[in-house]
Design a protein around this ligand. Structure first.
Ligand code: F0G
Length: 459
């Protein structure tokens, strides 16, 4: 008999978590104005709000923490990190930052000016925020297929080359760079194929533009290329990463995802002017060029995390867990963005809560219901997160309205996945009775989801 699949690690340290009663959760979520970001973590049983900075570090990473060099300038920890980044990506120049959005802030401060267009595939909310706050426009060129959650195609995160070329034809002089997010978080943790990266590069070359990868989950992207794209089955993850990055001029990285650290990020580039200006701005915003907002110990952990998580077994363990949760949801017929993404399952909320009008935010409603059901905290990636159109100030209902269940790396077991699946089934079974959603009573002009205050609609 073939042996079943199991995790490529054993567990050395644990953190207790606690169940709560429904009455407690009702009180807590009301106090939080039905905003998951306003809950206290101790009010949560299984936390799926993000996979960012919530992973469990390995024993090697913890050992690296003890060996951190905290020198202000020229720390050996910086060079360990830089060498590992160069080894994996091929990028020569590295500027550390305290997390991904800080890398965006630094690089975009140099690259983006008012009136610019930044085309790419479903910009993440902080990326969009850093573009729009500079009065520039994030143009989403993701393939249309990504909007059909039930369509099963291998690379649903791809850029549509025709859409991209249209932006460049019309406004080439206003495009400072093209951005490709690997994997495409907002479209459902969906990967981008090597073929598509090559196509984007060819278009960029045609218009003499540079390409930036938002690389938070690049290793998961490489895993999907290995298992799904013809010609890559026999390549190592590290070889695939090298090829992916060969089609870009630089990357911003939130190391809180695929480098499995609790805090950290960087800019890595091959372009001298991007580097010199990032370094200059990072010194103002983040810290001196060899720490940029990070501790030496954290740079050590980052280097080791990157090395470990660009190995097949590590990625296979992770992605198989996400697939396991998907298989349980399939049993119950619960619709999600298919196929399962790298870091999360994205439930198609309007398909579940068919009686909740879009103006009352179905995904947010489902998020609250799941919390009330079992103390599981997911995250709305939908109409609230989409913010208002910067020009018309109307809500943007054009995209998907999803409940994201993000799975932290090396943190929960498949027993937890079972609890999540059954809790969702219970909500799903009573979906016909859920007819009202939420209305906004207070919101920020940008990135409103973090602080938005909600009230039950119909009151
Ligand atoms: N880019 C992508 C694709 C991301 O998913 C994130 C963060 C960032 C950039 C920004 O990085 O948080 O280190 O500043 N995503 C988290 C999430 C927060 O929950 O998906 P950061």
């Amino acid at each position: 008999m073939e042996l079943p699949f199991a995790e490529s690690y054993k567990i050395k340290m644990v953190e207790p978590i606690r169940r709560s009663a429904r009455e407690e959760r009702e009180k807590w979520v009301k106090e939080a104005h039905y905003n998951m970001f306003q809950l206290k973590s101790e009010q949560v049983y299984i936390d799926l709000i993000t996979d960012s900075g919530t992973g469990a570090m390995s024993d090697r990473q913890w050992a690296g923490i003890m060996l951190g060099d905290e020198s202000y300038a020229g720390a050996t920890s910086f060079f360990k990190m830089k060498d590992m980044i160069t080894k994996i990506t091929g990028f020569e120049y590295v500027v550390p930052t305290h997390q991904g959005r800080a890398a965006e802030n630094v690089l975009f401060s140099y690259l983006i000016k008012a009136g610019d267009f930044v085309p790419g595939n479903s910009h993440f909310d902080t990326t969009k925020g850093h573009i729009e706050s500079r009065k520039a426009f994030a143009i989403d060129c993701t393939i249309d297929e990504a909007k059909d959650t039930q369509l099963e195609i291998p690379f649903k995160g791809n850029v549509d080359p025709k859409k991209l070329e249209k932006v460049l034809e019309a406004n080439a002089d206003k495009v400072p760079f093209i951005i490709v997010t690997i994997t495409n978080n907002t479209a459902g943790g969906q990967p981008v194929s090597m073929q598509n990266l090559r196509e984007v590069r060819a278009i960029a070359d045609k218009y003499n533009k540079r390409v930036l990868f938002d690389s938070a989950r690049f290793a998961e992207n490489a895993y999907f290329i290995k298992v799904r794209e013809k010609g890559y089955a026999d390549k190592t993850i590290k070889e695939i990463c090298k090829e992916m990055f060969s089609y870009a001029d630089g990357m911003t990285m939130s190391a809180k995802k695929d480098a499995i650290v609790n805090m950290g990020g960087f800019i890595a580039v091959n372009v001298k002017d991007w580097y010199e200006n990032s370094k200059r701005l990072a010194i103002i915003y983040e810290g001196y060029a060899t720490y940029g907002g990070m501790n030496g110990r954290d740079m050590n952990a980052l280097a080791i995390g990157l090395d470990e998580n660009t190995e097949f077994e590590s990625l296979e363990t992770r992605i198989k867990q996400v697939e396991y949760l998907a298989s349980r949801l399939d049993e119950f017929g619960i619709p999600y963005q298919r196929p399962a993404g790298g870091h999360a399952i994205f439930i198609d909320a309007p398909k579940v809560l068919t009686h909740v009008p879009k103006e009352e935010f179905p995904a947010q409603t489902l998020t609250v219901e799941l919390y009330l059901e079992a103390g599981i905290r997911g995250c709305e990636i939908g109409y609230i997160l989409a913010d208002r159109d910067p020009v018309t100030r109307e809500n943007r209902f054009g995209g998907l309205d999803l409940l994201r269940l993000a799975i932290s790396r090396r943190v929960y077991t498949n027993n937890h996945m079972d609890v999540i699946a059954v809790a969702l089934k219970n909500v799903y079974d009573r979906r016909e009775q859920i007819t009202r959603g939420f209305k906004i009573i207070e919101e920020a002009p940008l990135m409103r989801h973090f602080t938005v205050k909600l009230e039950r609609a119909g009151k």
